[in-house]
Design a protein around this ligand. Structure first.
Ligand code: NI
Length: 172
C-alpha cells in the first residue's frame, strides 16, 4: 500500500470532472487500498480520488470516532438520487485545503446510489455527518470544493492565501 501525495488548492486538477469507473479488477482494489491508507495517514474522514490526482468517480469515507473501530466505506460512481427537505450545518474542512474550516449548509439527508468495490450496486441512506461528508466528496468528483458553498469574499481570501503558499512551496 502506498500513501499518495495530496493535491492542494489552487491546483486546477481539483476543478476537473472525474470519469466513471468501469473496470473492477486488481488495480482498482490496490487503488482503493492506497486511498484508504492516504486518508487514515492524513488523517481525514473522507477522500476523493481527484485529491490524489486521479479523475475517477471514487471516494472513501470513515467517520468512526477516535475510540471506535475503523469503518472504511467505499463509494464508486456515486449518484445522489434523493435529498431530504431539512438542512444541517457542519464546520467543514478538506485535505486539499489544510487548516481551513468553515460552516457549510447542506441537505440533512440524502439517498445515494453507488457501486461497491465488487462492482455491485448499493443504495445508501445517509444523515448526519455521513450525509455531509458524502455530499462534500461527491462535489469533488464534479470539480466542486466546499469553499464554493461559502461567501465569495471568504473564498477569495482562502484562494489568495493558498496561491501564495503554493508559490512559496515552489520557490523554497
Ligand atoms: Ni475535500
Amino acid at each position: 500500500m502506498t500513501i499518495k501525495p495530496l493535491v492542494l488548492l489552487p491546483d486546477p486538477i481539483l476543478r476537473q470532472q472525474s470519469q466513471p469507473v468501469e473496470r473492477f479488477d486488481a488495480e482498482l482494489d490496490r487503488f482503493v487500498e492506497d486511498m484508504l491508507e492516504t486518508m487514515y495517514d492524513a488523517p481525514g474522514i473522507g477522500l476523493a480520488a481527484i485529491q490524489v490526482g486521479e479523475p475517477r468517480r471514487l471516494l472513501v469515507i470513515d467517520i468512526a470516532g477516535k475510540d471506535e473501530e475503523k469503518n472504511p466505506q467505499v463509494f464508486i460512481n456515486p449518484e445522489i438520487v434523493a435529498t431530504g427537505d431539512g438542512v444541517s450545518v457542519y464546520e467543514e474542512g478538506c485535505l486539499s485545503i489544510p487548516d481551513y474550516y468553515a460552516d457549510v449548509e447542506r441537505p440533512d439527508t440524502i439517498t445515494v446510489r453507488h457501486l461497491g468495490r465488487d462492482g455491485k450496486e448499493h443504495t445508501t441512506e445517509a444523515d448526519g455527518l455521513l450525509a455531509t461528508c458524502l455530499q462534500h466528496e461527491i462535489d469533488h468528483l464534479n470539480g466542486v470544493l466546499f469553499i464554493d458553498h461559502i461567501s465569495k469574499l471568504k473564498r477569495d481570501m482562502v484562494v489568495r492565501k493558498f496561491t501564495k503558499l503554493a508559490r512559496q512551496r515552489v520557490t523554497a
